[in-house]
Design a protein around this ligand. Structure first.
Ligand code: HPA
Length: 272
């Protein structure tokens, strides 16, 4: 772990006494607030109050962090509403999240994202469980230039954790797509039709501007990760940020049900 700010932020948060076992990062417009109402001992903090926390600058990214205990298992959960993207200028900001949660002792990270659908069968509002990443953000690897593990290969998403999420979706009667490959691009503009065609041909299922750096940093710190993407538009067709937010909000309800079922049934400790 290299980010001193992330350590300071974690020290500050430890004073709130809740140390999350599992954290959720919510992408653009994705909202699972009703989960918070069912938490016990919930504590909410605006990320601007956390020293060193990179402030989000995009509409729909609210910079809210909630801690609490959930379900009969009293799982200690953190939910981060909103994240910062590399196109906002601070390259280390997405990794900050994973590093901060690592310092807080979290073991599992669920990364959600708003994405464009590359696979032709995807429609706005569909949910895709990720199994891999195609990274076109380039620079992230420089961040680890001096790391001894820079050539280490790994799978970004944890099979057992992903299976548990899939089972939770089945139990909730919500159809989700599986085996998604997330093409991570820098944005902030959306892709041209030719770029979409290229991404399709090389095996991408969805495309988005987040997920890669934070998942890489989380894995590096031993956190077990799963990725869930909400399709907000078909990539390469005209869309704007407010359409993206509307579709993400609609699909959030299904995501909420999946996460509730997951947290009620899954014992995080079974993974470590
Ligand atoms: N492309 C990249 N990122 C996105 C898209 C898209 O079409 N939709 C939501 N995030």
């Amino acid at each position: 772990m290299q980010n001193q700010n992330a350590k300071e932020a974690a020290e500050f948060l430890k004073k709130l006494k809740i140390l999350p076992e599992i954290f959720f990062v919510l992408g653009s417009g994705i909202d699972i607030s009703p989960l918070v109402d069912d938490m016990s001992d919930a504590v909410e903090i605006s990320t601007v109050e956390i020293r060193g926390f990179p402030p989000p600058t995009v509409a729909g990214h609210r910079g809210r962090l909630v801690f609490g205990k959930y379900g009969a298992l009293k799982t200690a959960v953190a939910i981060l509403f909103g994240r910062k993207h590399i196109y906002e200028g601070d390259f280390s900001a997405p990794m900050f999240i994973s590093e901060m949660f690592t310092h807080l002792g979290a073991k599992i990270g669920i990364f959600t994202s708003a994405v464009g659908g590359i696979d032709k069968s995807l429609r706005p509002g569909d949910i895709v469980l990720l199994s891999d990443i195609l990274n076109f953000q380039g620079k992230y690897s420089l961040y680890y230039r001096h790391s001894s593990i820079r050539h280490k290969l790994y799978k970004p998403f944890h099979d057992k954790l992903s299976d548990a999420i899939l089972n939770s979706a089945l139990k909730s009667n919500i159809y989700i797509f599986t085996n998604g490959t997330y093409a991570a691009v820098t944005g902030p503009g959306y892709e041209t039709p030719a770029e979409v065609e290229m991404l399709r041909r090389i095996g991408a299922t969805v495309v988005g501007m987040s997920t890669a750096p934070e998942v890489y940093a989380a894995n590096r710190n031993g956190i077990k990760c799963a990725g869930l993407s909400i399709v907000t538009n078909r990539a390469g067709t005209s869309s704007n940020h407010s359409e993206v937010l509307t579709a993400a909000e609609r699909a959030s309800n299904n995501l909420l049900k999946i996460i509730e079922t997951f947290l009620k049934n899954f014992d995080c400790k079974s993974l470590y």
